[in-house]
Design a protein around this ligand. Structure first.
Ligand code: PMP
Ligand code: GLN
Length: 378
């Protein structure tokens, strides 16, 4: 077959989860919690399934959920989006990103991304005829290099896609970062896709800087978040996209033919559950506690901890333990020591190996305890 993605194999998340399962290893690779969603949310799903909410919802999503999303971003970011015309419920953030690219990127357009880059962005761009142009985040703290981004912007630049808090590095972009980006795109017709799926997982009092706080960015942005991360329901595949009316009209033209609409009872359940106060604060405290346990234990090991201000991922270097490449190291860690992780080279389009691996700490205290017992002895 004349493949459109010749060098793409199966995603590293699927590969490592399968390897973990095969070896009965503790799975700190693919990002998902090993604890369940809140019981009340599960009951609401049951309630709305039985209440007969089982046919197609409106194309853009259940109105009550779109209203709850608009109310949320108004309360958190002071941002005003019309539930009718500027909010769309999607089948996960992955579909929202793909749809935004499909709606706006024309053959030959360039799309700037930042490496390490989430693995779906490049294929989404290329399947739609665009060319990814990569700016590399600067080590050791993985900050964006705005001078480099300025040099990469050219007449063919159609879009910039970025992610903060950042998977896999845990970096959170600052107000200065957002201001730099705003200055760079001013006066251009560049569209932004802001992947904010970890918006509620920021630690140590750091503030999540949403593009929604920056009018010069918000006016040209698709903002994407995922209920999978926020409510421990990665398997429900429900997320959302916000954008000003004209951009959202283009998004919906593509959305209606990519997926049309999203599982109805989940949307009703989420609309009702979102009214519950205090969830985001609880979530932040939950993950900060897990991050602290993880870092404290590994701090006394031969792993070298990299910073983690947000997300539910911790990156580490392992040179004091092994000279292996990151792929070989995580495979051996899984097979011989029973703990699975992600090699960060998978997030570089050229497969650059900096000897960094990523652990997911969205796990119960018991799971983390068992994994750490092994990791501190290496
Ligand atoms: N973007 C980033 C940065 C992610 O980490 C993930 C999932 N781990 C997604 C998008 C996809 O989210 P979803 O599962 O809602 O498709
Ligand atoms: N985004 C999750 C991660 O980074 C995994 C999602 C997936 O498996 N596609 O681990």
């Amino acid at each position: 077959i004349d493949s459109r993605l010749p060098e793409v194999g199966t995603t590293i998340f699927t590969v490592m989860s399968a390897l973990a399962q095969q070896h009965g290893a503790i799975n700190l690779s693919q990002g998902f919690p090993d604890f369940d969603a809140p019981a009340e949310l599960l009951s609401l799903l049951d309630k709305h399934t039985r209440a007969g909410h089982n046919q197609y919802p409106p194309m853009a999503g259940v109105p009550a959920l779109r209203e709850a999303i608009a109310a949320k971003v108004q309360a958190l970011y002071g941002a005003t989006y019309s539930p009718d015309t500027e909010v769309t419920v999607t089948a996960g953030a992955t579909q929202a990103i793909f749809t935004a690219v499909a709606a706006l990127v024309r053959p030959g357009d360039e799309v700037i991304v930042f490496a390490p880059v989430y693995d779906s962005y490049g294929p989404a761009i290329r399947l739609n005829g665009g060319t990814p142009v990569v700016s590399t985040l600067r080590q050791p703290d993985y900050r964006p290099d705005w001078d480099e981004v300025r040099r990469l912007i050219g007449p063919r630049t159609r879009m910039i896609i970025f992610n903060t808090p950042h998977n896999p590095t845990g970096t959170v972009w600052t107000a200065e970062d957002l201001q730099s980006l705003q200055a760079l795109v001013e006066g251009t017709d560049i569209v932004i896709v802001s992947d904010e799926v970890y918006e509620h997982m920021v630690f140590d009092g750091v503030r999540h800087e949403s593009v929604m706080r920056y009018p010069g960015l918000a006016e040209r942005s698709f903002v994407i978040s995922s209920f999978g991360k926020t409510y421990h329901i990665t398997g429900w595949k429900v997320a959302y996209c916000l954008a000003p009316r004209e951009l959202m009209a283009e998004f919906r033209k593509a959305h209606q033919f990519i997926v049309f609409t999203v599982h109805t009872p989940s949307q009703h359940a989420l609309a009702e559950f979102m009214a519950r106060p205090g969830w985001y604060e609880q979530l932040r405290a939950l993950y900060q506690g897990k991050r602290d346990i993880f870092r404290q234990a590994l701090g006394g090991s031969r792993f070298e901890l990299l910073p983690c201000q947000g997300t539910y991922f911790q990156c580490v270097k392992y040179r004091a333990i092994s000279d292996e490449g990151d792929v070989a190291f995580v495979q051996r860690l899984t097979r011989e020591h029973g703990v699975a992780a992600i090699p960060v080279s998978a997030f570089y389009p050229g497969g650059d190996d900096h000897g960094v691996i990523r652990f997911c700490f969205a796990k119960s205290a018991a799971t983390l305890g068992r994994a750490l017992e092994t990791l501190v002895k290496l």
